[in-house]
Design a protein around this ligand. Sequence first.
Ligand code: ADP
Length: 164
Amino acid sequence: MRALYPGSFDPLTLGHLDLIERGASLFNELVIAVLQNPQKSPTFTLEKRIDQIREATSHLKHVEVIGFDGLTVRCATESKANLILRGLRAMSDFEYELQIAHTNWTLDPNVETVFLATAANHSFLSSSVVKEVARFGGNISHMVPKIVAQDLYRHFNSALYEVE
Ligand code: ADP
């Protein structure tokens, strides 16, 4: 099985990384697809987000990182992935994720969507919450990989905590 894990990853959190590690052990190959999404005015450029994920996943085999724009199902087909992996943190994610999964299924029934429940200790994590904490110089070392913490503090010019 070759799975596609799509998302904005702006930036990657330890919750995303947990899902990637578990996905990489469940499937033969995992393609992390980073959405360009210029309409959302991302904090980090596509290239930067790809670099952050490559570095944070360098210990994993059979994982690749690509950028994409447009339809996720098209990206899955072009990447030769037969399923889409998504994470569920709480009920609040469920309705949105179900809507997207149904839509994707109507677009291409050959591409299944598989959900993994977030590890409980990461269920509170989101890229936007991490950015709010980083903006005000709070400790984010338990929320994001080291490379991302360094980039966030540099971006907001706000480090109160040393990143070792
Ligand atoms: P999107 O803009 O597509 O929602 P995100 O980067 O926010 O992109 O999320 C990508 C995927 O990772 C989604 O399936 C989301 O539910 C999942 N995810 C987000 N945060 C976490 C977390 N803390 N733990 C596990 N999965 C998460």
